[in-house]
Design a protein around this ligand. Structure first.
Ligand code: PBG
Length: 304
């Protein structure tokens, strides 16, 4: 286990001098762009190689097709430029999906209650390009539309962003464990229905293998399994079968669950955090997106 294995997801909000607590994720904050450099400095100092940015779009800027996702001055782009200006060597990962920008909370566009796969991809590829232009090093499509990796790869290559990498949320399950994240983003209350027609069925592990195969064929550089701890078997299967760079996302609900027990004194904080990290490594992960990234980095450094 190394500090290099850790990626820190961060929430960015509008306004000035904001540091808002996320009630269902103790210790996690939404931070405004002017506070962002200070916010990520500890990650840089500890040697955490990358952060993943999640913007909170004000309700007034959300619409049916997620137009704000394509605005070069949107929160994601401003956050990305701010981090890159302050810390050029810190990797920046941008999530590609429309849910932070739509008024219905879905990851793509909806017609008659159905998600439109191909129409969504046309927007997602522009969203990816918008982020690459802002300086994101890694584009992480989390939308789960079919064929989006190929479309994004072509769009990036066509615009001269051949070296911008794609970390595909490949095996992303329709999970209850995303609840606190949707709180943090303010998209939970907006969500009409569920995401079961495009995210995966938790009962299905073979489909994860087919998704990995497809994303690799389409040009993904790295693949991700999400959530993390309840899906270690999927990570192991992916590693055994494909042996490609594989990442896990220890999601908001996993964090909330562990923190609730830690704060009640029911679990030992340091041991619990590190044991969960080791479990990801043991399952075969090359990297872990976790809200515990800074804590884990400190623990790893003390150990040395
Ligand atoms: C957006 C997205 C989600 C998460 C990461 N990207 C939520 C969702 O699909 O509803 C969840 C992360 C977490 O729970 O920590 N598509």
């Amino acid at each position: 286990m190394h500090v290099d294995d850790l990626i820190w997801p961060i929430f960015v909000c509008e306004g000035e001098n904001q540091r808002q607590k996320v009630s269902s994720m103790p210790g996690v904050e939404r931070v405004s762009v002017d506070n962002l450099a200070e916010h990520v400095r500890p990650a840089v100092e500890l040697g955490v190689p990358a952060v993943a940015i999640f913007p909170i779009t004000p309700t007034g800027l959300r619409d049916a097709t997620g137009t704000e996702a394509l605005n070069p001055e949107n929160l994601m782009c401003r956050a990305s430029r701010t981090i890159k200006d302050a810390f050029p060597d810190l990797g920046v990962i941008g999530d590609v999906a429309l849910d932070p920008y739509t008024d219905h909370g879905h990851d793509g566009v909806i017609e008659n209650g159905h998600i439109l796969n191909d129409a969504s991809i046309e927007i997602l590829r522009q969203q990816a390009l918008n982020q690459a232009r802002a300086g994101n090093d890694i584009i992480a499509p989390s939308d789960m539309m079919d064929g989006r990796v190929k479309a994004i790869r072509e769009t990036l290559d066509g615009a001269g962003y051949e070296t911008t990498r794609i970390m595909a949320y490949t095996a992303k399950y329709a999970s209850a464990f995303y609840g606190p994240f949707r709180d943090a983003l303010g998209s939970g209350g907006l969500l009409n229905g569920d995401k079961k027609t495009y995210q995966m069925d938790p009962a299905n592990s073979d489909e994860a293998m087919r998704e990995v195969e497809q994303d690799l064929r389409e040009g993904a550089d790295m693949i991700m399994v999400k959530p993390g701890m309840p899906y270690l078997d999927i990570i192991r299967r992916v590693r055994d079968k494909f042996a490609v760079p594989t990442f896990a996302y220890q999601v908001s609900g996993e964090y909330a669950m562990l923190m609730a027990a830690i704060e009640n004194g029911w679990l030992d904080r340091d041991r619990t955090i590190m044991e969960s990290m080791i479990a990801f490594k043991r399952a075969g992960c090359n990297g872990i997106l976790t809200y515990f990234a800074l804590d884990a980095a400190r623990l790893i450094r003390c150990d040395r």
